[in-house]
Write a protein of this length. Structure first.
Length: 515
């Protein structure tokens, strides 16, 4: 059954009015840049909701059942509404247990770090109900719901040294294979719903390929091609092809045992002198529909939660604005969803103070900032433009949304936006020279500090060619030529008087436009 919901703000406000439970503990998330200079009057802060009695179970059941697929049922009025989610996880264990020195090593590591275990299980409590729902819906072992403990300790914005990202640690290419969008506005590898869907799709595909969950997990960590080769080597050598029998890197050898250790701790935490946080068997968050572009900071304010808490549930955002065309819903703690819906419905001011702008021609950040009346430093910060770089034509920048802008960012732009930069270097000049007596491609290249292959290409000769005295030579350069450490005259307007051409230095005849 699927208990993650997409409701209109008014419907959600009606159904969830008055929800109040304990707020989640907060993680430290990357700070978003400050808002832009106001292009219009600042919106008045929406009033924050007052705590009210919790809804009856029948209202909660009506809310959930309204969003179930045909044939699905859920009974929140039954005795298990507040049952321990850990018990539900334990009941779904299916994998064959490992019991070796690698498992003992992992158990000892976790046992020696009770504070770490408490932090990661507290983080995991925000997302585990949804993951268990998705795992059970696919008929998978519930051990897979514990995999983010091993991958990222449930840190949704985690980034590995190999650039794997999110709580499921997707590499960029693998993420794209499973339709996880990655652009300047969002990275779906960090999206709670999208990354979970992709991870379980991937694990399902690997299990179908190898027919063994331990091998599927090894492939998730090491790559399916590497596991396939390891299996083939053992088959050729007449050896077993189970996980413990394959030759693999220590990281992968330790990977499944770490999951086994987490499983053992969840099954009986008291054996390891550890305590798991209580985890109720009901949704921790709800999905609320977003129809218009809205600033992240405003969305958090309307929900009555901190920016850091909002980012815990919506970590995929790369910018301080949510684009409705690409992110049609936000996730909110269960008890804050009604507050957001009610406040959004009665909010009368602007929702978004940022918009996307496609750069019409290559320009400096200073020029782009001037066009939109914002400080250059803020434009660089919000768009992550390093020093001494130009913004290429066709790039997309986030800029203040003026009063005259009424349309939200289009779906095409929200999905395909990119930022392409070029070094902010002086333009190369086209020089036409007369070759001296001893000039070669190599000597001209050294004199003008360019590559010999470039000189050869510009003049349609071989890279080891020698020029005839007086022959015209074309060079594109940004520096003055030097001979024996001394600069040679370069004419930029008029050619100097003819010389004999002795000494192989050559003579500049014309300095013209850039290439």
């Amino acid at each position: 059954m699927k208990l993650i919901h997409r409701l209109t703000p008014l419907a959600l406000a009606t159904l969830l009015a008055g929800c109040a439970t304990n707020p989640p503990a907060e993680l430290t998330a990357p700070a978003l840049p400050p808002p832009p200079p106001p292009a219009a009057a600042e919106p008045s802060p929406a009033p924050m909701p007052q705590a009210a009695p919790a809804p009856t179970r029948s209202i909660a059941a009506e809310l959930l059942e309204d969003n179930l697929r045909p044939g699905e049922k859920v009974d929140l009025d039954g005795p298990d509404v507040n049952a321990d989610l850990w018990a539900r996880v334990r009941q779904g264990f299916q994998l064959e247990d490992l019991d070796d020195e690698w498992v003992r090593k992992a158990e000892a590591w976790y046992s020696a770090r009770p504070d770490y275990v408490e932090r990661m299980t507290t983080r995991g409590s925000r997302y585990l109900f949804h993951i268990v729902e998705e795992v059970e819906k696919r008929g998978m072992p519930t051990e897979l719901a514990l995999l983010p403990f091993v991958e990222s300790a449930f840190v949704t914005h985690a980034v590995s040294s190999a650039k794997a990202t999110g709580m499921w640690q997707f590499m960029p290419a693998t993420g794209r294979d499973f339709d996880l969008k990655q652009n300047i506005f969002r990275d779906d590898r960090r999206d709670v719903l999208a990354s979970t869907r992709a991870a379980l799709d991937y694990l399902g595909r690997l299990y179908k390929q190898f027919g063994d969950w331990h091998l599927a997990l090894a492939a998730y960590n090491w790559g399916q091609g590497n596991v396939q080769k390891a299996v083939a080597r053992n088959l050729k050598a007449g050896l077993p092809t189970d996980y413990a029998s394959l030759k693999m890197p220590d990281e992968t050898r330790y990977y499944v045992p770490k999951l086994q250790a987490v499983k053992n701790i969840v099954f009986a935490p008291e054996r390891y002198a550890l305590t798991l946080p209580a985890m109720a068997n009901h949704p921790f968050f709800l999905s609320v529909k977003v129809d218009r572009d809205i600033d992240v900071a405003l969305a958090a304010q309307l929900a009555g939660i901190s920016l850091e808490t909002f980012q815990q549930f919506n970590p995929q955002m790369n910018k301080p604005v949510i684009l409705a065309a690409a992110t049609p819903q936000v996730l909110l703690p269960y008890d804050q969803a009604s507050a957001f819906a009610a406040n959004l419905a009665r909010h009368s001011g602007p929702l978004a103070s940022w918009t996307a702008w496609v750069v019409p021609k290559t320009m400096s950040p200073a020029d782009a900032a001037k066009r939109h009346g914002m400080p250059e430093g803020l434009l660089r910060e919000i768009n992550r433009i390093p020093p001494k770089m130009l913004v290429r034509a066709g790039s997309t920048l986030l800029v203040p949304r003026g009063e005259h802008v009424h349309d939200d960012v289009s779906e095409r732009l929200a999905d395909t936006a990119s930022l392409n930069l070029a070094p902010d270097a002086p333009p190369a000049r086209r020089l036409t020279l007369k070759a001296g007596k001893a000039d070669t491609v190599a000597s001209v290249a050294a004199r003008y500090k360019v590559g010999a292959e470039q000189v050869a290409q510009w003049n349609k000769v071989g890279s080891k060619a020698r020029f005839k005295p007086g022959q015209a030579i074309v060079v594109y350069t940004t520096v003055k030529p030097t001979v024996a450490g001394k600069p040679t005259r370069v004419a930029t307007k008029q050619a100097p008087r003819p010389t004999s051409g002795k000494g192989g230095k050559g003579r500049t005849v014309v300095a013209a436009a850039t290439p």
